[in-house]
Design a protein around this ligand. Structure first.
Ligand code: GDP
Length: 361
């Protein structure tokens, strides 16, 4: 049952880090997420992957069975990774939480043949501005002339097993990307050469086509989160929910609904909530919490499943009255047990930050 899918999380324990996948159009963001979902399915872990609204939850056990020797589940106590569906760059820059970025960590996807492109630069600027830790997925390594794929092995082994000629071709492209990162002010290297991920960006050669490097990518994301983000993941999971609106959408039978990424606490059916709107905070009440019924495309119009409660980190659709003026990028707060005025003030404060930011740009 979908409620239990969130229950990796006892109240007061660690929440799932939120991962954003960014990059230039056609560099492979969608393919990479599809491959992660597909690999989990072929590992017989389909039931363990939960399709959320605008996000995919990959529990630690699934990460571990996909990443093999690279991720030993016992070494970790974070519950897994929540990949948010990549909105356009402009909306990503407005997807904030408490003044910072909504995503705790990011994957910057760069086509190895194409290198840095305008939206790569833009994404890098946003990551820099929001101080979001990230790794680079150097995608489409399978297109290297003479490449001999081996999806079963860690990508370093596969890389080293190539002919000199193929490896040199790939190196040229990889070092181009590393140079471009350096021009952007980031010291970077192939991830297996990085000792300190706090000062250096790890570059993971991957193929969303063959699946090479995806276990490595998951391992780096898991390791980075565990090592540098554990304290931020210590939230009160039973407390009043806090989230960010991804999208405002009309749904048949529900009217205007909110696709929300919940990054803190719990939201329950019947909860009074405050949502950022065009004309200021909207106070309303949750009529229904919805999630896609089964593993399917993220943005599917398929039937929803109704949940009683949802815990962070999570992607969920909220149905409630009076949401027509709600804004993408705006905060959502559950009032539960607190003075309504305080919550309205918090939402107002966050809304004014969003407005200041858009004026800056
Ligand atoms: P997005 O716009 O960043 O989401 O990019 P897509 O995932 O839609 O990929 C763009 C195109 O590149 C599609 O035709 C994919 O099939 C192709 N593609 C993505 N990843 C790879 C890869 O690793 N290898 C190869 N050969 N093609 C890829």
């Amino acid at each position: 049952d979908a409620n239990n899918a969130d229950a990796s999380a006892d109240p007061g324990s660690l929440r799932t880090p939120i991962v954003a996948v960014l990059g230039h159009v056609d560099h492979g963001k969608t393919s990479l997420l599809d491959k992660i979902r597909g690999s989990a399915v072929s590992e017989g872990e389909a039931g363990a992957i939960t399709q959320h609204i605008g996000a995919t939850a990959v529990p630690l056990d699934t990460v571990s069975s996909m990443a093999g020797e690279l991720v030993v589940a016992d070494d970790f106590d974070l519950p897994g990774l929540l990949f948010i569906d990549t909105p356009g760059h402009h909306s990503f820059s407005t997807l904030r939480a408490r003044g910072g970025a909504l995503a705790d960590i990011a994957v910057l996807v760069v086509d190895v043949n194409d290198g840095f492109q305008p939206q790569t630069e833009e994404a890098l600027d946003i990551l820099q501005r929001t101080g979001t830790p990230f790794v680079v997925a150097a995608n489409k390594i399978d297109t290297t002339p003479g490449w001999n794929p081996n999806p079963k092995a860690p990508v370093q082994e596969t890389y080293e097993a190539q002919t000199d000629r193929a490896r040199e071709r790939l190196d040229e492209n990889l070092y181009e990307i590393i140079g471009q990162l350096s021009d952007g002010g980031f010291s970077a290297d192939l991830y297996w050469r990085v000792q300190n991920f706090q000062n250096n960006i790890g570059v993971v050669p991957v193929s969303a086509m063959t699946g090479e490097g995806i276990p490595d990518l998951l391992a780096v994301l898991m390791g980075l989160s565990q090592r540098y983000m554990k304290e931020e993941m210590e939230v009160d999971l039973a407390g009043p929910g806090k989230g960010t609106v991804l999208e405002v959408k009309d749904e048949k039978g529900f009217g205007a609904t909110l696709d929300v990424v919940l990054y803190d606490g719990t939201v329950e059916e019947g909860d009074r909530i405050v949502v950022g709107g065009v004309e200021g905070p909207i106070v309303t009440e949750v009529r229904a919490l919805l999630r896609p019924r089964a593993l399917s495309e993220i943005r599917t119009e398929a039937e929803f499943e109704r949940l009683d409660a949802v815990q962070a980190a999570s992607g969920v659709k909220l149905a409630a009255p009076n949401l027509d003026d709600a804004m993408a990028g705006a905060p959502v707060r559950v009032v539960r047990g607190r003075p309504l005025e305080d919550v309205i003030e918090e939402v107002e404060a966050e809304l004014s930050e969003i407005e200041v930011d858009t004026e800056d740009e």
